[in-house]
Design a protein around this ligand. Structure first.
Ligand code: SD4
Length: 322
């Protein structure tokens, strides 16, 4: 029965919801100039995402489509198809995606699938889980219609065979741990999404998972504040949950630049850093971006106001090692 008490309760709920939605609406800019930013030299990725955003696409669709460009490119040997294998010669991929509502999905140690970011999105949208790993992630991908593919290329096999002659595990700064794509996008509604995708460190131990698919480490987005992503030695990022830290520092009022600098300082104050590279890239709710890295050499790409640009990140260590 529709009693007076129920009516009062429902009216109160209605009033509360409308005040929440008024507050949320008040926070939303009416039309924001879209932004796409990505680690390293990734013009095709930021331009693909940027054009989608300019056409009215969502930050989530743009970030997925942007990083897919790099996953499909065999010339990028740190991501997707053509990515450098582990020491056994198997390509194992890590990726994650996060939307403006705080939903996220991730896959790690995924083999044979060219677009791990899209599998991560399916994990987010079609399962109650956040992370799927290994065989389970592969079975899930196949069940969602993804094709099983060979991800090794002639070039990656050639390099791996060369590496095997000595089989020394010494990742080379800015080379063998280079080119993972972490991307952040902001759409015309001012909503932010992010994605990160990689084949991980070259010639890693089989089973190794890096920071890239771990929410808070390789990527974090909080739509009220901004987003951050990381590249480089995943172990160092994992130990400090770097991307989460950057977003929390922005929440406390730091600029994207200052937040990235502090996250790098946390790493260098606690870990040996002479032989590793880590770079952070961040964007806040105003579309302002910042980046900082340990060693010189990290660059990032932006697409803002209809044009793409490459930026050099400042570094904690001032001079490149020979
Ligand atoms: C990893 N962070 O697996 C990744 C590697 C990377 O550019 O960023 N490469 O540790």
């Amino acid at each position: 029965m529709y009693t007076r008490r129920k009516f009062i309760a429902l009216s109160a709920l209605g009033a509360a919801l409308s005040s929440v939605s008024t507050r949320l609406m008040a926070k939303r800019p009416t039309s924001t100039s879209p932004v796409a930013v990505a680690t390293w030299r990734n013009f095709a990725a930021v331009t693909t995402a940027g054009k989608l955003l300019e056409a009215g696409g969502s930050a989530l669709d743009a970030v997925e489509q942007g990083v897919r460009v790099v996953e499909a490119n065999p010339g990028d040997m740190s991501v997707g198809y053509g990515g450098r294998p582990d020491r056994n010669g198997d390509v194992t991929l890590d990726a994650c995606i996060m939307d403006a509502q705080g939903n996220c999905g991730s896959v790690c140690f995924l083999q044979h699938i060219k677009h791990p970011v899209s599998v991560a999105r399916k994990v987010m949208e079609n399962t109650p889980h956040v992370i799927l790993a290994g065989q389970g992630a592969l079975e899930f991908a196949l069940s969602q219609g993804f094709e099983r593919e060979v991800l090794l290329t002639d070039a990656s096999i050639r390099e791996w065979k060369k590496w095997k002659k000595k089989a020394e595990y010494q990742p080379i700064i800015n080379i063998e741990n280079h080119d993972t794509i972490g991307m952040l996008t902001m759409d015309q509604q001012g909503d932010i999404s992010g994605a990160c995708t990689t084949s991980g460190l070259a010639y890693k131990l089989p089973g190794r998972v890096g920071d890239s698919p771990i929410i808070g480490a390789g990527l974090f987005v909080d739509n009220e504040v901004g987003g951050a992503t990381a590249t480089g030695m995943g172990e160092a990022v994992l130990k400090t949950l770097g991307s989460f830290l950057v977003v929390e520092l922005m929440r406390q009022g730091r600029s994207p630049q200052a937040a990235c600098e502090e996250a790098v300082k946390r790493i260098v104050s606690k870990q040996r850093f002479d032989n590793i590279q880590v770079g952070f890239l961040a964007m806040n709710k105003k579309g302002q971006t910042g980046a900082f890295c340990i060693q010189p050499g990290f660059v990032y790409s932006t697409y803002k106001n209809g044009k793409d640009e490459l930026h050099k990140s400042n570094s904690f260590v001032k001079k490149a090692r020979d």
